[in-house]
Design a protein around this ligand. Sequence first.
Ligand code: AMP
Ligand code: GLY
Length: 414
Amino acid sequence: MNILIIGSGGREYAIALKLKNEKNINLYFAPGNGATSRLGENLKIKDFYELAKFAKQNDIALTIVGPEVPLSEGVVDIFKKEGLLIFGPSKAAARLEASKAYMKDFLARNNIKTARYLNTDDKEKAFKFIDTLSAPMVVKADGLCAGKGVIIANSKEEAKEVVSDMLSGASFGDAGKFVVVEEFLDGFELSFFAICDGENFVSLPVAQDHKRLLDNDEGPNTGGMGAYAPSPLASKELIKSVEEEVVKPTLKGMKNEGSPFCGVLFVGLMIVKNEPYVLEFNVRFGDPECEVLMPLIDGNLSEILLNAAKGELKPISLKDEFAVGVVMASKDYPYKSSPKAKISVLNDVKDAHIAYAGVSEQGGEIYADGGRVLVCVATAKSIKEARDRAYELCENVKFYGAHYRKDIAWQALK
Ligand code: AMP
Ligand code: GLY
């Protein structure tokens, strides 16, 4: 079976690696990275219509979309119009991630718990709402900002300054010309993933990401420095309430509103006094969460995603194991781009592997060539063992300037 994967990160590499466990899978990537070319063929085609043409001419049985940008640009709609099977939400359904204001109003309309908020492009209204909140409070740019459009303000004055900079276009361009102001929720965060077919869903193990650059959750925000799953912080009861109070009403609401949701619904949750509040929706796998989820799925991923794309999702089974993934980043990440650096792997580690992300290939060697370079992933019967193995692999991966957090999964092990 020929499968096309759209994207170029560690998430797409992890999906590919999982698919490679199956027999008779040929992979194509658009555009892929310096290591995906070892798992299949990297394509240079960027235009979605051209890509759909390629898919038709090359018997692509399924296309899987990794990142949010092509989804919000409507790649799924274009492929579907051509009669092609594609796993991911339509442009309309992708608004759950592409517009935070749309997402908040959707939650409110469907009685799904979220922080008290105001959506506006009017500075005076924003200021008035800020005056009703107590610090800290949160200001979010409406549009896609690669995970950077959320500011936690420590005073009303700071929040007003952030709002002014966003609305004027100074801080996030057009993405910030509409804002969400909301109350701060104090709790712990979990990432909940459901594979959806428009009507039904299957839940994946609950994961935890580590967004801050440094140990003890210090330093600036990043795209994510490591993840693990399943998290013992997610009790059976909590999972049940997320399914009943968030995922089900979301799928029902999206269907009723004419945009049934097919693809990965990634719910960013804040758990406050054991109750799940939605911080955000993403309409795709998280990165690096995907890298730890893929090894935990039992059975053929191609079958699961094909069924979902057809609207015929079936129950799936999960391995009774834990996975831990540690991101190794380049020298100056996340501040500025770093010089290219050759990657060497000294020794393999049992039940551990590398998911390559920001890398390029030259003369048969793989080079660090991006911010988050790769993820060392390990699986085991306990989180501690998986974590130890992942770190053992990190110690065996060498490139100039490499750095990584040393405390991934701390919340599960404290
Ligand atoms: P988002 O992209 O909306 O998930 O926001 C990015 C990060 O900002 C989240 O992972 C949280 O750590 C934090 N955050 C967002 N909204 C809130 C909130 N209302 N209260 C507390 N923290 C928040
Ligand atoms: N790891 C968070 C994200 O993919 O948005």
